[in-house]
Design a protein around this ligand. Structure first.
Ligand code: FRU
Length: 498
């Protein structure tokens, strides 16, 4: 296939690289930088793109604006890892350079990667604005060395949505099934989100197949970043709906019919119930695991803010979630759990067994802003109304972030109203207790994010907070009665960036 060795693309990549290189040392000094979450070396990052396990390495591409800490003309940043924990930055892979992707309000939008006979091949949405109309088309780029990418001369390979669909037409996710390639693209019709299915025999010539699935009116106005994959005896359709309120990342489990090109949903759930988790993408790795990574922010929850958080003043913004495995649980519900590789980060350890927390707060003898916590509560003799963990507590106790279980409603609550002087809001999600009446919380704290996994991954919550670096205290508490903390393990985690 013909790829365009385009000197203008190379020029745009080099220019973007220089911009990031000039800022990265300054950014690295920022005490708010995370210690083990993936971030761009400088400036803006949003969705994970092109996740793939390729020739023994994990590749992570990402939506990147290499000129400011705000969203802008989209490039694809690029990094590799051997263990999903330590990442090495590589040169920017894609820059806007062609008539179909060169625009200050457009660029190379989200997409995916496949291994095409040993060639790392990327699919992305070229976005431009013509006469105030957004024009989105599906495009290909490829690389022989896995580092520098060239755009396909025949781009765009899909020049627009089928008749009747809205102009929103983006985020191609490509996979192989049987002797064909398939692509799902996010779109919308009559104000209802939908996923469109395409197929191809050679990866270059695409034929529209069917509407894979669509909203009945209750599932958002546009489905961003759709992703279809097999899991256990079902299929999963995951997407990030716009206009669905608190529901930012939805999954449906059900049956895929490759004869008709339609997916039939049987169950529905949230990938993550926090404020700050959006646009996850999945891939299968060499160990046969299905893994997702999401962007630790979102677009819609913050109408009262004009920017995505205080770090943008320090010339960077955005991070990726820790990688999570996806497993099929009971009744078609999914379980999301942190990958086991993260255990290499564990340092100093604190452990306590059978602690009775009886209507008060207890300061723990270990503290930090970079921690992993596993707390198992036994609720059989619990008469508290609420209990949980306070994190990033300031010395005077005025600032704190509270994760608690509300015993009356069976909900897990994340309260960041007193975390710092920027964050706001409370998020809740229902947690079904294990049959033995236990609640297990698995928590990852890293500078400005807290990711929580409850009861073996049936619930996950990711939220950003921006406390001062010296606000590191940890407390355990209960209100209105007692609860037994059956075991508590806390590890200080090491930084991956030395
Ligand atoms: C999701 C998204 C995608 C789009 C990209 C642009 O966050 O809006 O739909 O491709 O970001 O950066």
């Amino acid at each position: 296939m013909l790829y365009n060795y385009n000197t203008y693309h190379k020029l745009m990549v080099d220019k973007a690289e220089q911009s990031v290189a000039q800022m990265k040392d300054f950014v690295a000094e920022d005490p708010m930088r995370m210690k083990y979450h993936f971030m761009a070396p400088a400036y803006w990052l949003n969705d994970p793109n092109g996740l793939i396990y390729f020739r023994g390495e994990y590749h992570l591409f990402y939506q990147h604006h290499p000129y400011s800490a705000q969203w802008g003309a989209m490039h694809w940043g690029h990094a590799v890892s051997k263990d999903l924990v330590h990442w090495k930055h590589l040169p920017i892979a894609l820059a806007p350079s062609e008539s179909y992707d060169l625009h200050e309000r457009g660029g190379c939008f989200s997409g995916s990667a496949v291994d095409h006979d040993g060639v790392l091949t990327l699919f992305y949405t070229g976005t431009v604005v013509r006469d105030e109309n957004v024009v989105q088309t599906q495009c290909i780029a490829a690389s022989h060395d896995g580092i520098s990418f060239e755009k396909y001369v025949g781009n765009p390979v899909i020049s627009g949505p089928p008749e009747g669909n809205a102009q929103d037409f983006r985020d191609p996710k490509v996979w192989r099934h049987g002797d064909k390639w398939y692509m799902v693209v996010g779109s919308s019709k009559d104000g209802k989100g939908r996923a469109l299915l395409y197929r191809s025999s050679d990866l270059y010539v695409w034929e529209y197949f069917n509407v894979l699935a669509e909203s009945d009116g209750s599932m958002g106005t546009m489905w961003e970043c759709p992703d279809l994959f097999p899991l256990g005896d079902r299929h999963v359709l995951m997407f990030s709906p716009m206009g669905m309120g608190d529901r930012q990342t939805v999954y449906l489990t059900g049956q895929m019919n490759y004869k008709t090109g339609q997916f039939t949903a049987e169950t529905c759930g949230q990938v993550d119930d926090g404020f700050d988790f959006y646009a996850p993408q999945s891939f299968e790795d060499g160990k046969g695991r299905r893994i997702i990574i999401g962007w630790l922010n979102s677009w819609e929850w913050m109408p009262w803010f004009t920017h995505h958080g205080p770090t943008s003043q320090n010339h960077w913004c955005g991070a990726m979630s820790i990688p999570r495995t996806v497993e099929m649980g009971e009744h078609g519900q999914l379980k999301f759990l942190p990958v086991e590789e993260l255990a290499v980060l564990r340092g100093e350890h604190y452990h306590v067994d059978r602690l009775l927390v009886a209507g008060m707060e207890q300061v723990l003898p270990i503290e930090g802003d970079c921690l992993e916590i596993i707390a198992v509560f036994r609720l059989t003799d619990c008469d508290a109304n609420e209990f949980g963990i306070k994190m990033r507590v300031s010395e005077d106790g005025q600032e704190e972030t509270v994760l608690s279980y509300l015993c009356r409603t069976g909900e897990l609550q994340f309260d960041r109203n007193r975390s710092d002087n920027w964050s706001q809001g409370i998020r809740k999600c229902r947690v079904n207790l294990a049959e033995n009446g236990k609640l297990k919380l698995h928590i990852f704290i890293d500078t400005c994010v807290v990711e929580v996994f409850a009861n073996d991954g049936y619930a996950a919550m990711s939220n950003n907070i921006y406390p001062k670096p010296d606000h590191k205290g940890l407390k355990i508490f209960s209100h209105g009665g007692k609860v037994e903390l059956e075991s508590l393990d806390i590890w200080k985690l090491k930084s991956v960036w030395q």
